[in-house]
Write a protein that binds this ligand. Structure first.
Ligand code: MRU
Length: 366
């Protein structure tokens, strides 16, 4: 995507030295566009844990480069397995992380240590390129869905109002995004779209990242408090919900940012289509009961009790919202049962959120 007319991906190898890894510090957005240089796998692990990088596909891609950095220091079998396990454990819910590390090890294990660094950079680069191709395909296929909704309601009804939760845009992937890819394509085609952006407490990925992305691309949008979506749906002001996901079971249950489930319930109650956009790297073919089997990350309570923002003087400041002594819990994701999901948009096509729907598109996993 372009920022100030310069094209970026969300992770890249520094062209100057050919080995260090560059990312945007997403904890500084939307207030500052800081680019970080990662030179050691511990820095990569820190960036993932602290959410300097976040979003399921992106953390997989960055972790892949993290393993390449680790191998520069020690490419022995023991070190590689240790560092891979450390990177894979940085966040528990998004399956793309374990998938990317697993794919790296499959390529690297048979090689002699001396050949591993070059192969690791090559494989991480492939993971990134494939993510871009998959997300672009999701964008095209999701655009068809938006065009169908436009044809049903006609242009006279005003903009197509799409609600999204959290950030599943280009900054959450290597490029394009998942939930936002169809929206970018619709906007670029001249379709009148407007996005309701859930602020997405407690870390505010919607208010900070999605609003920043959409604003940078000129897509009309309105940030809403997380609890506003149901009300807007009741009043016919949401035509479609599209969200991303961190893990989808083989039966179509969807883990995504906390609060997604409540949006799906409200959408079902109001007959609003609820679609989930994902690359196949987000499908966990090994599990079928999302509520019981998907590990839900519990993050620090300070993310709930405190909030950060920009002061009038341009400083980022963190303030406490809650009384001192009040306890806070912070489950970072929830699971939307497949029965509440209208359908899935994958790089191979749209399907129902069912085992049959997914198996028709991905028969090699049956
Ligand atoms: O905690 P985060 O910000 O990493 O959570 C991100 C999400 O929940 C996204 O919706 C999901 O990863 C899809 S990103 C294309």
């Amino acid at each position: 995507m372009k920022i100030n007319d310069v094209s970026y991906r969300s992770v890249w190898v520094d062209p100057e030295d050919g080995w260090s890894v560059r990312i945007f510090d997403q904890t500084r957005l939307p207030w500052a566009l800081d680019i970080l240089r990662l030179t050691h796998c511990d820095q990569v692990a820190h960036a993932i844990r602290t959410m300097q990088v976040r979003g399921a596909p992106l953390i997989g891609a960055v972790a892949a480069y993290g393993l390449a950095l680790a191998l520069r220091v020690d490419a022995s079998d023991a070190a590689m397995e240790r560092d891979a396990a450390m990177l894979a454990a940085t966040r528990p819910t998004a399956v793309n992380l374990g998938w990317a590390i697993g794919r790296m090890l499959t390529r690297l294990r048979p090689l002699a240590p001396a050949d591993r660094v070059a192969a690791a950079y090559d494989e991480a680069g492939r993971i990134c390129d494939e993510d871009v191709i998959q997300n672009e395909a999701i964008g095209r296929l999701g655009l068809e869905l938006i065009e169908e909704i436009r044809a049903q309601r006609g242009d006279a009804a005003g903009p197509i109002n799409i609600l999204t939760h959290c950030n599943a845009g280009w900054i959450a992937t290597v490029d394009w995004g998942t939930a936002l890819a169809p929206i970018y394509m619709a906007h670029d085609r001249g379709i009148d779209v407007h996005v309701w952006v859930d602020e997405t407490r407690p870390r505010n990925q919607g208010a900070s990242l999605t609003a920043w992305e959409l604003g940078s691309h000129g897509v009309p949008h309105t940030v809403i408090a997380d609890n506003a979506g149901g009300h807007l749906m009741q009043h016919g002001r949401v035509d479609l919900v599209i969200v991303g996901t961190d893990r989808v079971t083989r039966t179509g249950d969807v883990a995504n940012k906390i609060g997604t489930y409540l949006k799906a319930l409200a959408a079902a109650d109001n007959g609003v289509p609820f679609w989930v956009a994902l690359p196949s790297t987000t499908i966990d073919w090994s599990i079928s009961d999302g509520v019981r089997e998907i590990p839900i990350e519990e993050r620090a309570s300070a993310e709930v009790t405190h909030i950060s923002g920009l002061t009038g003087a341009g400083q980022v400041e963190t303030v406490q919202l809650t009384p001192k002594g009040s306890h806070a819990a912070n489950p970072a994701f929830d699971v939307t049962p497949a029965r509440l999901v209208t359908g899935l948009i994958t790089e191979r096509g749209r399907c129902s959120a069912t085992a049959d729907g997914l198996c028709d598109l991905f028969p090699e996993y049956v």
